[in-house]
Design a protein around this ligand. Structure first.
Ligand code: TYM
Length: 327
């Protein structure tokens, strides 16, 4: 039996190179080896306000991004989270074994609720990690390929799995994160101490997967670099290290190899090349996106939900029996 992986992305903003390099690129690699489920997590997206028409459009777009990046619906299941209501039902049950301080300490909640003031943060935002645990535990997921920012959430999923098992008997698998070191935290182009983020206010901080060649060249040119001029991969030069990581992951070359290629060259030479490497990835990807019709994608999502729903139903029924619901 193949091991199972599960992951998802929120349709809540522009997807960027960090999402691709930290998550989707690994999914594409893992899909041959693992029984793979990839979700468009629209219920997570609404934990902060979304414009309804935009949310609908983005959910379909995220599925297109999965496909255009190389996720193969013949090998994997792709579906929209809200199409399988068992996610919400299990989240409710898991809420009852989650302690308030466990959610209060979540970095993502603290950061996001700080933005507009804690008084205006929704209960959904607070409860976000429990819904994520439900996504993962519903399918006996063994590995969760994500970027580093999700580690704390996966740790909670492990805790809840073990807590439930202890109280009600063996039911859930305690999942582990799958993280690839270089891509796990792609940093903002304008600040190497902040992660690249889709909720960023400054457009120059990230490369969107929909950026055209001119925009990519402009953003890479503007990216901050460190003092000095040598192309070296080092913790002393965090901004450059981040750019080398992007180059390295897109070209499948080791950072050392890249250092060698650019020996004696200047930051500007490296940046010019890096922009072309990004464009070389983005252009065929964007073409594949354009070739995907909404109808085709909706059919893939419907098939994905059909294939996945029975797994979710079976697990939820098992859970309901164990906790004493009349089923
Ligand atoms: P989301 O939508 O914020 O991000 C999607 C994925 O992109 C990764 N990522 C990054 N990786 C490297 N560098 C960056 N700068 C960067 N920014 C984002 C994220 O780590 C993530 O893997 N909570 C999840 C969605 C989710 C989920 C799940 C994931 C809901 N249920 C179950 C796994 C399993 C999230 O907010 O992702």
């Amino acid at each position: 039996m193949k091991k199972r992986i599960f992951s998802g992305i929120k349709p809540s903003g522009d997807l960027h190179l960090g999402n691709y390099l930290g998550a989707i690129k690994n999914w594409v690699k893992l899909q041959d080896e693992y029984d793979s489920i990839f979700c468009v997590v629209d219920m997570h997206a609404i934990t902060v306000p979304q414009e309804p028409e935009m949310l609908r459009k983005r959910a379909i777009e995220i599925a297109k991004i999965y496909l255009a990046c190389g996720i193969d619906p013949q090998k994997c299941s792709i579906f929209i989270q809200s199409h399988i209501s068992e996610h919400a039902e299990l989240a409710w049950i898991l809420n009852t074994i989650t302690k308030i301080p466990e959610l209060e300490k979540m970095t993502q909640f603290k950061d996001k609720s700080a933005k507009n003031g804690r008084e205006s943060a929704s209960v959904g935002l607070f409860d976000y990690p429990v819904l994520m645990a439900s996504d993962i535990l519903l399918y006996n997921t063994q590995l969760v390929p994500v970027g580093e920012d999700q580690l704390q959430h996966i740790e909670l999923a492990r805790t809840l799995a073990k807590r439930f098992n202890k109280r009600f008997g063996d039911t859930f698998f305690a999942p582990e994160a799958y993280i690839q070191k270089e891509g796990m935290r792609i940093m903002a182009l304008d600040n190497p101490n902040k992660k690249m983020s889709k909720s960023s206010q400054t457009e120059n901080s990230y490369i969107s997967l929909s950026d055209n060649a001119d925009i990519v060249r402009r953003k890479v040119k503007k990216a901050v670099t460190d003092s000095g001029s040598e192309i070296v991969y080092s913790d002393e030069k965090l901004a450059l290290k981040n750019l080398i990581n992007i180059y390295s992951l897109l070209e499948n070359k080791m950072p050392k190899e890249i250092e060698k290629t650019f020996t004696g060259k200047k930051y500007a030479d490296f940046k010019t090349e890096l922009a072309e490497v990004i464009i070389k990835f983005l252009q065929p990807f964007q073409k594949r996106m354009m070739d995907l019709s909404d109808n085709k994608v909706l059919k893939i999502l419907e098939d994905g939900a059909k294939k996945t729903r029975p797994l979710a139903k079976k697990k939820l029924e098992e859970v309901k029996k164990k906790i004493g619901f009349v089923v």
